[in-house]
Design a protein around this ligand. Structure first.
Ligand SMILES: *Cc1c(COP(=O)(O)O)cnc(C)c1O
Length: 364
């Protein structure tokens, strides 16, 4: 079986450096915060061009921290995409606020900015555009809507760290942005991790406090917060991985280009819009008879995955929202046809050839 994401190959290439970093943390016995985290935050800020990069415990907690920082309360509404990983909307509901879904574009599978304004009410406080599969939505358009209606825009960049929109990096383009260092994400750690980004000093200060129990000075608590810290081991590992990340992004582009060139006649391939660069967290194509195709690929050693089979308004946990599927024709079609192929910088030429050949056979 071809690996869906070959993290073993990545580790083999960085093994000595990662083990050295881990050892330094073990020898120092400083496991929470400390110099490795400070170094990572500095490196993340430099990489994205954002003033404040704040390490935290996961991409999910990063979203919760961003929403808490702007004081999202029960009764508030937050607009997001229904075609994303559950956490994009779960975090809104977790704070007692109401996720309001807006259908996606048929080309990039991101929230359709032209449908956002119709969903804004007096209760709307924020918009969370998700940069799905590693490509940002039209953030300029979404920022303009946010500005016009006095809403905070929070990019969920869990899948798009390293991507670009008009030459600026994902996570640098909105009031606040979040990312995830879950192992399978473009920049993954060896456990859970995430980060929040903002240029605003006061917001950054509040987030740093919220992720440490709302603490300012030690044992003096200003907010109801949480334990949302990133540990020193993850920070040390991510520092090594970040060094190699620009090269990996290049490799992801090259692999995606080959997929697109050779599959574009057979299936619907991803469309990267003008002035955008995707990091291809997933390389997802669309086919009509997905179940049959997926089964045949599996039988021939090609693993695939479905990101995501059930739009969020149809999840049992969101039944209480009483949202009707017919409001989201594009999400419905895409969720029934989408299929992600093996994708990582370490996919070999032979492996990719095999994926492509099996794919072409399967859709015949
Ligand atoms: C992975 C992911 C998250 C959550 O990140 P975790 O680090 O797993 O908590 C949030 N949003 C999107 C779009 C994701 O893909």
């Amino acid at each position: 079986m071809i690996p869906f994401i070959n993290l073993q190959a990545q580790y083999q290439g960085m093994k000595d450096e990662i083990q050295k970093e881990i050892n330094e943390v073990l020898e120092s016995a400083g496991f929470i915060g400390g110099p490795k985290l400070a170094e990572l935050e500095k490196n993340l800020a430099t990489f994205t061009g954002v003033k404040h990069a704040i390490g935290c415990s996961s991409g999910t907690d990063a979203l919760i921290l961003a929403l808490m920082a702007i004081d999202i309360q029960p009764g508030d509404e937050v607009i997001t995409s229904p075609f994303t990983f559950y956490a994009s909307a779960e975090t809104i509901a977790f704070l007692g606020a109401t996720p309001v879904f807006v259908d996606i574009n048929e080309d990039d599978y991101n929230i359709n900015p032209d449908l956002i304004e119709a969903k804004i009410t007096s209760k709307t406080k924020a918009i969370i555009p998700v940069s799905l599969y590693g490509q940002t939505p039209d953030l300029e358009k979404i920022n303009a809507i946010g500005k016009k209606h006095n809403l905070v825009v929070i990019e969920d960049g869990a899948q798009s760290f390293g991507a670009e929109y008009k030459k600026s990096k994902s996570c640098s383009l909105t009031d606040i942005a979040t990312t995830s260092f879950f192992p399978a994400k473009p920049l993954g750690g060896y456990g859970d991790g995430g980060a929040v980004f903002t240029n605003d000093d006061a917001t950054a200060k509040k987030i740093r406090s919220l992720l440490n129990h709302g603490q300012g000075e030690r044992y003096v608590h200003q907010y109801i917060g949480m334990n949302g810290r990133l540990d020193a081991l993850q920070a040390a590992i991510l520092n090594v991985k970040l060094k190699y990340f620009p090269k990996e992004i290049q490799q992801r582009q090259e692999i995606a280009e080959i997929y697109t060139e050779r599959l574009k006649e057979a299936v619907i391939v991803p469309k990267i819009k003008e002035e955008r660069m995707s990091v291809y967290a997933q390389y997802s194509i669309r086919v009509k008879n997905r179940e049959k195709v997926q089964k045949q690929l599996q039988e021939n050693g090609v693993p695939t995955a479905i990101h995501y089979p059930i739009p969020l308004y149809r999840q049992e946990a969101f039944k209480y929202l009483e949202v009707e599927s017919k409001e989201f024709p594009v999400s419905e079609v895409v969720a029934s046809e989408i299929l992600s192929l093996p994708m990582s910088p370490w996919l070999t030429v032979e492996e990719q050839n095999s994926v492509i050949n099996e794919m072409i056979k399967a859709v015949k």
